[in-house]
Design a protein around this ligand. Structure first.
Ligand SMILES: O=C(O)CCC(=O)C(=O)O
Length: 459
């Protein structure tokens, strides 16, 4: 039997009316349009309304909170906390950067906004208090607790022994990569003069007047240049540091517009340093290769020459080092990283057994750390460890950081030799390195969160 139903909607409407009455009233738009409105009709005048202007409230209570959508969309924990606060305390908030988020995802590297030079803030300012934008929240204490002495110093690896094929040193390297992800490398063979010239070049760059340094400033969507990376929002906490980042190898990837070529000795020092570093890199890569079950040339055959970028950091003194960070906790996206620290200023700290361990400088050595690409290739056996940089009241600190990483077109993933279905199943999916880096630059630096992007769910 066919049945047609009509006026079902009207029935619903009638039901709804039973919720209460609302009498017809004149159109206010019409009253205004028609009337030569000398006075407000009595019916519209409210009695005893509170003054719209709040009194005795601090500035922070006069504006509803602002939530940065691009940070929320990236899973930023601080922004989520701000949203929680806005919902609890206000019930209202502004949203910003909703469209910019898409733009950031689409632009290749994502943006990093220009920020003031911290060196200049310190140089000019009679710094009475730390600007709000630099005050970090909820940072953990730098003092490690309840750890035996052997857990307070990163391992030391003798490069000259590795280069001779010493098996015991290779075992020590294996231990350092598994248990620490960090080690000092001594006897690396780079002449002191080369290291010294490089340090001088970096010092003379940061001593240049601000206007001169700004000629090499990084633009919003570029990774290289002078400034700060990973700045996505005007509201984000900034680091107490300035940097100059330059891609050095392969040479065709260099971008001379960021190189202070008129600074005497700078290019020569960089060229020499970069070539010498590449020699160490070859040997380290060969050793990583053997440890991951390949022959000495295995990794090179798989992924070609590693690319090289050099980041020069300047951490000015800070009257309240307890409030700021020279670098927020992060792991490196690299294959591995080599750091030349200042000889006499400690600042770098690594996360080890749930404590932050300071890495004390060791003369003429490099600090080497495993990056995310190696953690992925080793199927989680070798750890890319979180690290951060603290500042101090007495002395500025400089560091020269050499990043080694696969070509952006290279696909990286766990090596077959590191996967074992019964006791070491595949932990990461394969990904083009360029795609991984693109994700890195679309996020605020946040510990090791980026690795989750390629981690497979455990079954
Ligand atoms: O300054 C340091 O010792 C390390 C710096 C660092 O981790 C970085 O620039 O990514």
């Amino acid at each position: 039997m066919d049945l047609k139903v009509e006026n079902g909607g009207a029935y619903k409407e009638e039901k709804l009316r039973s919720w209460g009455k609302s009498l017809p009233v004149p159109s206010v738009q019409e009253i205004v349009r028609n009337g030569n409105l000398q006075s407000i009709p009595e019916r519209y005048m409210h009695e005893n309304e509170e003054s719209p202007i709040p009194v005795n409230l601090p500035d922070s209570e006069l504006e509803i909170p602002v939530i940065d959508f691009s940070l929320l969309a990236k899973g930023d924990k601080d922004e989520l906390k701000k949203l929680d606060f806005a919902l609890k305390e206000w019930g209202f908030f502004h949203v910003e950067n909703a469209g910019a988020y898409k733009e950031e995802k689409l632009g290749f590297w994502g943006k990093s906004l220009p920020v003031p030079s911290v060196q200049e803030i310190v140089r000019n300012g009679n710094l009475q208090s730390i600007p709000e934008r630099y005050i970090q929240e909820n940072e953990e204490s730098p003092i490690p607790v309840n750890l035996p002495d052997s857990e307070l110093e990163i391992p030391v690896i003798d490069f000259s022994l590795l280069a001779k094929g010493d098996k015991d040193e290779l075992k020590k390297l294996d231990f350092a990569l598994k248990e620490w992800g960090f080690f000092h490398m001594i006897n690396h063979g780079i002449r002191e003069e080369v290291l010294h010239k490089m340090k001088e070049a970096v010092s003379s760059f940061f001593e240049l007047p601000l206007e001169e340094k700004k000629k090499y400033a990084k633009q919003e969507n570029e990774t290289q240049g002078y400034g700060q990376s990973f700045v996505f929002s005007e509201h984000q906490k900034l680091e107490w540091a300035d940097m100059l980042y330059l891609i050095t190898s392969p040479p065709e990837n260099r971008n001379s517009k960021f190189w202070p070529l008129s600074l005497p000795g700078f290019k020569e020092a960089m060229d020499e340093y970069s070539i010498e570093m590449q020699k160490i890199v070859e040997e380290l890569n060969a050793n990583f290769s053997v440890l991951m079950g390949l022959d000495r040339n295995g990794l090179k055959r798989l992924q070609g020459e590693l690319n090289q970028g050099i980041k020069m950091n300047y951490y000015p003194v800070c009257p309240r080092p307890d409030l700021v960070l020279g670098a927020k906790p992060h792991s490196d996206a690299t294959t591995f990283t080599l750091v030349q620290q200042d000889d006499d200023v400690t600042g770098l700290e690594i996360r080890h057994k749930d404590a932050w361990i300071p890495v004390k400088p060791m003369q003429n050595s490099f600090v080497v750390n495993v990056g995310d690409a190696t953690e992925i290739q080793s199927n989680g056996m070798y750890k890319s460890i979180e690290h951060r940089v603290m500042t101090n009241k007495e002395k500025p600190r400089k560091s020269i950081v050499t990043f080694l990483f696969p070509d952006y077109e290279q696909e990286i993933g766990p090596l077959e030799s590191m996967i074992n279905d019964s006791h070491r199943p595949r932990m990461y999916r394969n990904i083009k390195f360029g795609e991984y880096i693109r994700e890195l630059f679309a996020r605020k630096m946040e510990g090791k969160a980026l690795l989750d992007f390629v981690k497979l769910q455990s079954k």
